[in-house]
Design a binder for this molecule. Structure first.
Ligand SMILES: Nc1nc2c(c(=O)[nH]1)N[C@H]1C(S)=C(S)[C@@H](COP(=O)(O)OP(=O)(O)OC[C@H]3O[C@@H](n4cnc5c(=O)[nH]c(N)nc54)[C@H](O)[C@@H]3O)O[C@H]1N2
Ligand SMILES: Nc1nc2c(c(=O)[nH]1)N[C@H]1C(S)=C(S)[C@@H](COP(=O)(O)OP(=O)(O)OC[C@H]3O[C@@H](n4cnc5c(=O)[nH]c(N)nc54)[C@H](O)[C@@H]3O)O[C@H]1N2
Ligand SMILES: [Mo]
Length: 743
């Protein structure tokens, strides 16, 4: 029996924070069993062990619901009426609309959605951009839905966003602060929980700052500091106030490495009282930023803030690890800055066991990459503003984050949504997006390639069925940091009439007369992968041959050095300056001070009360702060239709017992969650694991509207806002006010 079974290695390629090794045991063309990496097989490296999602990739992707053949829309857009067509007709329609829209509105009217369903070296999204670039160009985008704020703001402080130390260095810490960080669910690369568990086993104390007692806090036995969403900077200000007034901060470090903490280290020509310490003591606004002040905002008792500050000021090295939840808020930039500020004030930057904060992720060795072709249109928008580029694109300017030109030459008229669900499900304010998409005079043509009829796919004009990663070859890389390369072998033949995007793009390229330029003689995915890998191998001769990578399914770099970020800069800033205008870490940013929006976007990392935050008067109408989180049960919207995974975290809204009792709601009751943007219905989970006044819904549930517009799927984006963050133009999707009633 066993002899008939072939074991084919592959790696997960959902955008879930992990890249697990999956070994498919295949018999007669079907998968009979999956196994994964073990510590023994990891050979001294960090095991890339699959979680419950990884071990259920087959039950998700081999579902009966797979899209099976190409289709074109026949009814009203969004109504879900499609008609089967041939691949030949599909490519005809595609090329006809492609050229019509290019010739009518210009190449810059074509837009490729942010999409992470193919998080691998090759993706339909990248190939689509490639073909568009060869054909006059397209409207491009920058930022992500993941880390827009932290990536944009960090360089204002350090001059770079490459701020991570190696996870192996965390074991040198004496205190680890998990600040809005939940890697027990979000993974954040396999190394994160691997080293955090080791740290716990060594007895390194841990603190978790989060409105929820999340799974990581529980699993690592961290001490929970519950705070209201989007108030992190108020907590940081009060901690800093204690450190300053009690003299517990690292004066030598801020003298040597920072500008803007005190009056003595301010840029010339700027009022010295614009500095951070003058803000803390209320020189201008008369308000001391004491723990009592912060208690009213954060909900964390003042005595706990005092205790936290004294600990942060005396235990060294301290490693603040901030997740990306705090920055997916209406003023998300400030939360990222505040964490960096505390790392500096306590002198923990540049030392073993400390941390610089910032986005995290460090790639010590070269990794293969499909380089983009130059885009002749050359204009890009922040990803989160694509709906604006549909409705008022030509009015958008640099103030909306337009880059590469003063304004857009056209609104978006054609959309490619390739392996993504941000066309509806994952973008904010579903009802607004829906109205925009339903108006066929705005976007004239929408191409979707996916594996399922998702909420976004329903809005396709041309709906193309894609192969899953079981059915095609690819290469995977660490999620944000690490030193390995994974391989997706083809485990089974493509199902139904499904095709990888590269196949139909090649057909389109042929009809556009761009075949040779598009393929560069590389007919298959494997041709591209071999080419890209071999180029990397020229830089890193220690890598094994391509065919060995395919056979093993993984290659790990050996002897990777442990990095302490900014060690040299902090030791000797005179000779190794930070790449900032001043050469130092800029707690006060002159660049921001001189921007036209400095009134609501301050030059220092201080608390700013955000719209729909705790202090917004709108709370009289919608008293609950409603936040989202990334759940272990899904990768964004992927796996939502897999009932096997549901039990890991059944879709429900978390409520504190006090809030539930006030509304006569019991655990398990159905409730309606609503605000001015929409309403959804889902069960309530009454739990002490969320602080009073706050409710939480795991993001990514499939939007399933009922006749009256209520979403029965529990998709939080029915309630989120398209208001961009002030500097990064990012997505503050965790900042919402809402009310909850028993259904
Ligand atoms: N299982 C799974 N893993 C994933 C993903 C997934 O969908 N599923 N998605 C992946 C992707 S693409 C990304 S970008 C990352 C996302 O990673 P993150 O952005 O870090 O994940 P979140 O769950 O949004 O937030 C992390 C924690 O921050 C808390 N939090 C939210 N708002 C605040 C706040 O205002 N203050 C504080 N202090 N805490 C707050 C949340 O309760 C949560 O516990 O995860 C990756 N990993
Ligand atoms: N409210 C709220 N919204 C959020 C977030 C939040 O925290 N709160 N998080 C945001 C973040 S961080 C991110 S990264 C985005 C993610 O947003 P998306 O990138 O849109 O993520 P998914 O929902 O996972 O969409 C992936 C799509 O790819 C499809 N797919 C899966 N495998 C394949 C394949 O092999 N081929 C093809 N063609 N398709 C495939 C899936 O069916 C799915 O439709 O969501 C953002 N949205
Ligand atoms: Mo993300």
């Amino acid at each position: 029996m066993e002899q008939d079974i072939r074991v084919i290695p592959t790696t997960g390629r959902n955008n879930c924070g992990g890249r697990c090794i999956i070994k498919a045991h295949v018999k007669d063309g079907t998968i009979v069993r999956l196994t994964t990496d073990t510590p023994e097989e990891a050979d001294g490296g960090v095991p890339l062990t699959a979680c419950a999602r990884g071990m259920n990739y087959h039950t998700t992707y081999f579902s009966e619901d797979r899209l099976k053949y190409p289709m074109k829309r026949v009814g009203k857009r969004g109504a879900g009426d499609f008609e089967r067509i041939s691949w030949d007709e599909a490519v005809d329609i595609l090329v006809r609309e492609w050229t019509r829209i290019r010739d009518t509105y210009g190449p810059g009217s074509r837009y490729v959605m942010y999409a992470t369903g193919e998080s691998a070296v090759l993706s339909g999204r990248a190939f689509t951009k490639r073909l568009l670039s060869l054909d006059g160009g397209f409207l491009d985008s920058y930022n992500s839905y993941s880390s827009a704020c932290v990536r944009q703001i960090t360089p204002y402080l350090y001059g770079t966003d490459d701020t991570a130390s190696s996870p192996a260095d965390w074991l040198n810490s004496s205190l680890i602060v998990l600040w809005g960080h939940n890697p027990a669910e979000t993974v954040f690369d396999a190394e994160t929980m691997f080293y955090l568990r080791k740290a716990r086993d060594r007895g390194i104390p841990m603190i978790g700052i989060d409105p929820r007692e999340n799974d990581t806090i529980r699993r690592l036995g961290a001490e929970w500091f519950p705070i209201r969403p989007a108030t992190d900077s108020a907590l940081a200000d009060a901690v800093a106030w204690v450190l300053y007034t009690e003299g517990l901060y690292d004066k030598a470090f801020i003298d040597r490495c920072c500008v803007g903490f005190d009056r003595e280290h301010m840029p010339e020509g700027v009022d010295p009282d614009e500095c951070y310490f003058s803000y803390l003591t209320g020189v201008k606004d008369g308000v001391e930023k004491t723990p009592e002040w912060a208690e009213k905002i954060t909900g964390l008792p003042a005595d706990r803030i005092f205790a936290l500050a004294r600990r942060m000021g005396t235990v060294k090295p301290m490693n603040i690890l901030q997740g990306w939840g705090p920055q997916r808020n209406a003023y998300g930039e400030q939360a990222s800055r505040s964490a960096i500020m505390l790392a500096c004030l306590t002198g923990n930057v540049g030392i073993p066991g400390g941390s610089a904060c910032g986005p995290g992720g460090y790639n010590p060795r070269p990794l293969p990459k499909l380089p983009p072709l130059p885009n002749p249109y050359g204009v890009s928008i922040p990803v989160f503003l694509w709906t604006d580029a549909v409705t008022r694109g030509t009015e958008m300017t640099a103030l909306d984050g337009v880059r590469g030109a003063g304004h857009l030459s056209s609104n978006i008229k054609m959309i490619f949504n390739i392996a993504g669900n941000t066309l509806l499900n994952q973008h904010a304010d579903v009802n607004r997006t829906k109205a925009i998409l339903e108006d066929e005079s705005l976007v004239e043509f929408i191409v979707v390639s996916d594996v399922f009829l998702t909420a976004s796919a329903r809005y396709a004009d041309l709906l193309l069925p894609c192969t899953s990663f079981w059915e095609e070859e690819n290469m995977t890389l660490p999620w944000i940091g690490g030193a390995f390369i994974g391989y997706n072998n083809r485990v089974i033949d493509p199902l139904y009439e499904c095709r990888p995007e590269y196949d139909w793009l090649k057909e389109a390229a042929r009809r556009l007369g761009l075949y040779d330029a598009f393929t560069q003689g590389r007919e298959t995915a494997r041709d591209w992968l071999r080419f890209l890998y071999d180029r990397t191998r020229e830089e890193s001769p220690e890598l094994p041959a391509f065919d060995e990578l395919r056979r093993e399914g993984i290659v790990r770099y050996k002897n990777v050095p442990v990095r302490v970020a900014f060690a040299r800069e902090c030791r000797d800033p005179e000779h190794c300056p930070f790449p900032t205008p001043s050469g130092k870490i800029e707690i006060f940013s002159r660049t921001l001070y001189e921007k036209e929006f400095s009134e609501f976007f301050p030059a220092i990392p201080r608390y700013v009360s955000p719209p729909e935050g705790y202090e917004d008067p709108l709370r009289a109408k919608y008293p609950l702060q409603l936040m989202g989180y990334h759940t272990k049960r899904r990768c964004h919207s992927i796996h939502d239709n897999n009932p096997r995974l549901e039990k890991l975290d059944p879709q429900a809204v978390w409520m504190n017992p006090l809030d539930a009792a006030e509304r006569g709601i019991g655990d398990g009751d159905m409730a309606v969650v609503f605000n001015d943007r929409g309403r959804l219905r889902l069960p309530v989970r009454v739990t002490e694991r969320i602080m009073p006044g706050v409710a939480a819904i795991p993001q990514g549930a499939w939007y399933r509207p009922e006749a009256d517009g209520t979403d029965a799927g529990g998709n939080i984006n029915v309630l989120t806002s398209q208001r961009p963050t002030p500097l990064a133009h990012g997505n503050g999707q965790h900042t919402n006010l809402a009310e909850i009633r028993k259904a």
